[in-house]
Structures are given as structure tokens and as C-alpha cells.
Ligand binder design. Structure first.
Ligand SMILES: N[C@@H](CCC(=O)N[C@@H](CS)C(=O)NCC(=O)O)C(=O)O
Length: 271
């Protein structure tokens, strides 16, 4: 029995759903945890994931946390169709990208998303009291080691929060690095679509869902733009990633994200 705890706009959860789908698998049970309403802070979920983050995978009663680790586990436990390349150089290229994601790109994504859209969404959907409780419930070691304090600052000050613009610049740096790596290569780590592509997809999709595709359009990052076109043609992309995001949240991400795009453009030197 395979159970996945996830959320519609979570990049890490999307990564696992996309990986499962590309392995021709489905979870037997999907538990939707609304992380913008504080459902990650219940005692029941904290017992599964003490960092109060999604995703979590439970396989026959065994809890597996951390999205990168979950995907590695799935490839070991269900090797019929592997996403990880066997070739050592392709394998380390994949590992390079999943390491960059975990250490740098994911924290940068949390900042970009909260400063652009989620701060407005939680303020719109939660009362002042609920928002206070939502922020107070976040454990220190959550999305990052200092997420509780940082999240509060970003919700309050947006891109003016200390360190926020550096995270956006970091995002820019790695989108450019993806573009470089895709020069002359159809997929990120090997000739075949694989784990690196699965893992990076939600991070490019996040930018697109917030109306910020101008980041790579008009010849700015042409190899990334071509890769993104190919990714959207992958047959499981729509059902594994987009369809799980509720319509209201999809609209809010686009509305608030588009409003924030001029500010982001200024930070990355596009305006
Ligand atoms: N390193 C973790 C990070 C998980 C994570 O940051 N999840 C986010 C959504 S993508 C979350 O649950 N955030 C909850 C919050 O901000 O309170 C992983 O890869 O699984």
C-alpha cells in the first residue's frame, strides 16, 4: 500500500507525483494536506513528518520523507522502470541537480513563491488570528533550517524581507545554469528523459504558473525554453502536475505572480 501526502501547489510533491507517473505508478491513496490553510500542523501529520512539510510517502506502513529521498526510494523499490541513469557520468549529473535543488533552488523557490503569491493568498484566505496561528505553528526546521522566522518576514515584507532578493538572484543563476546544460542536449542529465528532468520540472512550472515565463522567453534562455516546451508535451505532465492544483489556487498564483513580475524583473535585471 502506497500513500502520498501532498498539496496542489507544492513543488516537492509535484516532483514525486511526476516521478510516480513516469514510472507508470500511482499511489493507492492520496492525502491532500492544504499547506496554505495550516493542515500540515496537525498532531497526526507531525507524527508522519516532524518538519510539517509535504510530501511524505508511506509504503506498507514505512514513512519516507524528503522528496529527493522518496524518488530515490521509489527507483530502488520499484526498479521495473528506473528514472535514475546507470551511466556514472549521467548519474552524477543527476545527483548534482538534485543536490542543488535540495540545498539552494528549493529554499529560493519558497522565497520567490511566498514573496510573489503565497503571502497574498494566506492574507486573503485567513483571518488575522488564523494567520498569526499559521505563522506561529511553523516549526523552526521546516522548509529550511530557519523557515519559521524567514516565512514571517517574507509574509510581512515580501521582497523587502532581509535576504529575499538574494534568493531570487539565486533562482536566476540556476535557471541560467539549466540553460547552459541544455545547450546541445535534449534532456538535463542524459540523452533520455530522467530524474533530473522530473525533479526540475516543478521549479520551472512554478515560474510559468506565476506568469513569469518572460524569464526565459524572447530568446533570453532559449535552451531552457525549448526544454520547457518538450516537458509540457510529456504525456503525464498535465495529470501529474497541473491537474492537482485547484482552480482557485491556480488563478491566485497567476494573478499575484503576474503582479509581482515587474518587481522580480527588476531584481534579476530584466527591466
Ligand atoms: N526538503 C523537503 C522540503 C519540503 C517542503 O519544503 N515542502 C513545502 C512545499 S514544497 C511545504 O510543505 N511547506 C510548508 C510550509 O511552508 O509551511 C523535501 O524535499 O521534501
Amino acid at each position: 500500500m502506497l500513500e502520498l501526502y501532498h498539496h496542489g501547489s507544492s513543488v516537492c510533491a509535484a516532483k514525486v507525483r511526476f516521478g510516480l507517473a513516469e514510472k507508470n505508478m500511482q499511489a493507492d491513496k492520496y492525502h491532500y494536506i492544504d499547506i496554505l490553510a495550516g493542515e500540515q500542523f496537525t498532531d497526526e501529520y507531525l507524527a508522519i513528518n516532524p518538519k510539517a512539510v509535504v510530501p511524505s510517502l508511506v509504503h506498507d506502513g514505512n514513512v519516507i520523507n524528503e522528496s529527493t529521498v522518496i524518488l530515490e526510494y521509489l527507483d530502488l523499490a520499484f526498479p521495473e522502470k528506473r528514472l535514475t541513469p546507470d551511466n556514472p557520468l549521467e548519474y552524477v549529473k543527476t545527483r548534482y541537480w538534485t543536490k542543488i535543488l535540495d540545498e539552494l533552488l528549493h529554499p529560493a523557490c519558497g522565497t520567490l513563491t511566498f514573496a510573489s503569491a503565497h503571502r497574498h493568498i494566506v492574507k486573503k484566505n485567513l483571518s488575522e488570528e488564523e494567520l498569526k496561528e499559521f505563522l506561529a505553528s511553523t516549526p523552526d526546521h521546516s522548509v529550511t533550517a530557519d523557515w519559521a522566522g524567514f516565512k514571517k518576514q517574507v509574509v510581512k515584507y515580501g521582497f523587502e524581507a532581509p535576504g529575499a532578493t538574494d534568493k531570487v538572484k539565486l533562482y536566476d543563476k540556476y535557471l541560467k545554469k539549466m540553460n547552459e546544460d541544455l545547450k546541445g542536449s535534449k534532456w538535463l542529465a542524459s540523452a533520455e528523459f530522467g530524474l533530473a528532468d522530473v525533479s526540475l520540472t516543478p521549479y520551472v512550472n512554478r515560474v510559468a504558473m506565476m506568469g513569469m515565463s518572460g524569464w526565459w522567453e524572447e530568446g533570453r534562455l532559449p535552451y531552457l525554453a525549448d526544454w520547457w516546451e518538450r516537458i509540457q508535451q510529456v504525456s503525464t505532465f498535465q495529470s501529474a502536475i497541473l491537474d492537482w492544483c485547484p482552480e482557485g489556487l491556480t488563478n491566485d498564483l497567476m494573478t499575484f505572480g503576474s503582479q509581482s513580475w515587474p518587481e522580480v524583473q527588476e531584481i534579476i535585471g530584466l527591466s
